[in-house]
Design a protein around this ligand. Sequence first.
Ligand SMILES: [Mg+2]
Length: 183
Amino acid sequence: MHIGVDLDNTVLDATESHLKYFNLASGLSFTPDDVNDFYLYRLYGWDKTERDSIYNQFGRDIHWNSVPFPMAIETLKELFKHHKISIITSRPLFFRDVTVDWLIHHKINYHNIVFTENKLQECIESSVDVLIDDGPHYAEQLALENRPVILFEQPYNKNVRHDLIYRASNWLEVKRHIKHLSN
Ligand SMILES: [Mg+2]
């Protein structure tokens, strides 16, 4: 199978590292329990422009210091032996270097990496068989186009339901879904 893999809040804990640097920038002190929005910056009352300016300033540190979720690296290592793995991230190209360096640092193998906010189009054009992602909008877009998604559970995607959306709360469940889908 061709498996698309998101990074932030799928392979790694982006919430924790964003909060750390956004708290630093704002002087506020939010914790993961406060997060119930895919667009975490809205917690801080920032608009898109304010968020972009903070993100440009701290993005490198945010991404470099993100910690992988338990079993994510081990599972990807195993999947890489049997499947084509494309990392599909909506991070801007501006953060390509830190992203690739982080993947090398954590010894994550993949065949392809794409930076795009239009994941549906990428999945169609590259014939991705299943996308692993936490984004509620991506999951819904793909499912509506008859494409299966493994939805990595986060507080902001709890209510997303569809026959083609397979929920996973950890990487062992991701692995189980992949096994089922590749049979
Ligand atoms: Mg994500």
